[in-house]
Each structure stands twice: as C-alpha cells, then as structure tokens.
Design a protein around this ligand. Structure first.
Ligand code: AHM
Ligand code: MG
Length: 341
C-alpha cells in the first residue's frame, strides 16, 4: 500500500462535493465530523490492552447480547461528535433500541445517520480487527422539525454515503458518496487520514469464501452444495477456494474488497433471518460493495431494495465478488426448484 498524493480525507470529501454544483457542503462537514469520531475511537481501540477498559459492562444490548465497554464508548463518542453539527435530524445505532434525537438546543439538519459503533466486538480481547460502520440518508420528513423513525426506515438505495473504519494493523476509513469507493489510512503521527486506496474495484471473481462453517448443519441444502463445490479441485475454475473467516464483518469485507471474495451470513434452520442487521451492517456494505462493482443480495433479492420494517431487523446476506454471489444464488435456486418438483 502506498500513500497517494498526500490527499487528506477532508480535502477529498470537499473535492468530491465540488463536482456537484448544487451541493451545500453539509455532507462534507458531516463526513469530517465522522472522521473525527473515528480517530478518537481508533485511539481508544489501540489502548484497549493498556487501559482498564476490557471486559463486560454487565449490560445487554437490544439483541440480548453482552456489551463490551468499548462498544459503549464508541456509541457515546459517535453521538457526542455528531449531535451538534447542525447537519443531522436523527440518528440510530445498533447499540440503542430507539432512534436517537438531536437535542433541542442544537440545529436540526437534513441528514440521517445510522451506525454500528463497534462491529465484531467479541474479538476485542483477542486483538483482532474490529470496525465502525455508517450510513447516511437524506431525511424524507419536512425540514426544520426533529427527524422520525420514518426517516430511518429507508431502503438502502436511498443512501447518499456509506463507509466503514477498520481498526486493524492500521486504521483505514473507506467511504463512498457516489463517486467511487476510496480508502484512507490514518497516519498516527499527523492524526490525518491519507488517501491510500483510490477507486477500489472488487474483482469480479475470487478465490476466497468467508462463512461461519460451524453452522453447516443448519444451512440451506443449496448452500451446503455450493460450499462443497468450492472445496473441490478444478484448476480451470481455480478451485479449491481458500476459506477466510475472521468473524468480524468489517475486516472480512475489507479484505474481500481488496482481494476479491464472497462474504456470507445466511439464514439457517435456527435463525431464519440470519444474524446481521439490515440497517447497520448489510445496507452500508451493500452500498459500498455495489459501488466497487460487486453484488449484495439476501440470496434472491438485492439488499439495497429491501424495505426495512423495523430499526433492528436482520437479513441473510451474500456479498462480494459478483460472479461468486451469482453462483451461490444459482445453487440455492436450483435446489429449491428441485424440492418443489
Ligand atoms: P456484532 O454486531 O455483535 O459485533 O456481530 C456482528 C459480527 C460480524 O462482524 C461478524 O461477521 C459476525 O458477527 C460473526 O458472527 P458469528 O460469530 O456467528 O460467525
Ligand atoms: Mg454489529
């Protein structure tokens, strides 16, 4: 990886918005506020082994899972960084059951922010990469008033920007605002995100699959056949594939974006909707992966076209290199067709 042209994230965002004469600069400021939150969270994540911050808080989140202190920290930090900029009308976080209002004392803006403050947090104690995921929409309710649940429950196609920050061997922020997918590496000395991955394009076909194979027994028969197919030997189609599963979707998808790959969190007989959340995890990644030339579906339907019914709903997901995602869809469709005969 080389740092390109000493282009800071701030300048890149402004130049991107300048390509649209109608732009007000508000989105740029919103993204700049987000990058500040990312820097602060990154600092805290890097100190996790030193500070007395590891371990459970003892609380559970809205999904009944135990919450680690860093999740809470990241959630609070994002709210603190974003609630007073004057650009947002409402927020929602994976860590909070209801929508998050902008306090009365601050200006109400026209954008909506949804985020997963720290995804993959079960990995924190083992020093494995984790990440922040965000998604930005324009409000659909009248301006000037507080935003509502309706503003949050929009189809993923309506996103105006989405991104993620991966806290790994370095901290990288990747975003798209409609003109390509770009990655910026945080220089810890300057405290600046510098352009390191310009116009990321995901390879159309890959040699990597990411799925929790421990759940094999519970999968759709078509998915079982697909995974077995990937494990067979065939030079022409570059099989067997490699299996890579970090258990942290930000890290798995980041690698797949760069090298090619398919990431799957399917429905199974125990969890008919899968595990991952449509609004905080799947929609933003679907937006980024499609913008990079990839594909993201629930096995049948485009993730971005799913109409959310509730804030924390889940969806099965297959995303990454286009040909690989199409192939798993074909395997499952064929199996279903055979079953209905
Ligand atoms: P989280 O939001 O509670 O951190 O869970 C999401 C994470 C994803 O990052 C990851 O892909 C998945 O859960 C792993 O789940 P599993 O351990 O069931 O394979
Ligand atoms: Mg999550």
């Amino acid at each position: 990886m080389s740092i390109l042209k000493f282009m800071t994230l701030g300048r890149h965002i402004i130049e991107g918005e300048e390509m649209h004469p109608e732009a007000t600069g508000e989105l740029s400021k919103l993204l700049a506020d987000l990058s500040l939150a990312a820097k602060v969270i990154s600092l805290e994540v890097n100190k996790a082994g030193l500070a007395d911050i590891l371990g459970f808080t003892g609380d559970s989140n809205v999904h009944g899972e135990q919450v680690k202190k860093l999740d809470v920290y990241a959630h609070d930090m994002l709210i603190r960084a974003m609630d007073h900029g004057g650009h947002l009308c409402v927020m929602a976080s994976e860590e909070e059951e209801n929508i998050i209002h902008i306090p009365n004392r601050f200006k109400i803006g026209k954008y909506v922010l949804l985020f997963d403050p720290l995804d993959g947090s079960s990995n924190i104690d083992a020093n494995i990469s984790i990440g922040t995921i965000f998604s930005i929409y324009k409000r659909i309710t009248p301006e000037g008033k507080p935003g509502t649940l309706e503003d949050c429950l929009q189809q993923g196609t309506q996103q105006v920007a989405a991104g993620y920050v991966v806290y790994g061997s370095s901290t990288i922020l990747v975003y798209t605002a409609g003109h390509g997918v770009h990655g910026f590496t945080l220089d810890p000395a300057f405290g600046e995100f510098l352009l390191s991955h310009e116009y990321i394009q995901i390879p159309k076909k890959s040699k990597i699959y990411s799925i929790n194979e421990g759940n094999y027994k519970y999968w759709h028969p078509g998915l079982k056949k697909y995974i077995k197919y990937l494990q067979e030997e065939d030079k022409a189609s570059e099989r067997p594939y490699s299996s890579r599963y970090i258990g942290s979707m930000v890290a798995d998808n980041h690698r797949n974006l760069l090298y090619g790959g398919i990431f799957m969190y399917p429905a199974d007989s125990r969890n008919p909707k899968g595990k991952l959340r449509l609004m905080y995890e799947c929609d933003p990644f679907a937006f980024i992966i499609e913008a990079a030339g990839g594909r993201a579906t629930d096995g049948k339907k485009r993730i971005l076209e799913i109409q959310p019914q509730s804030l924390h709903e889940r969806t099965p997901v297959f995303m990454g290199s286009e040909e690989d995602v199409k192939m798993v869809e074909d395997f499952m469709a064929k199996e279903e067709a055979a079953e209905t005969k």
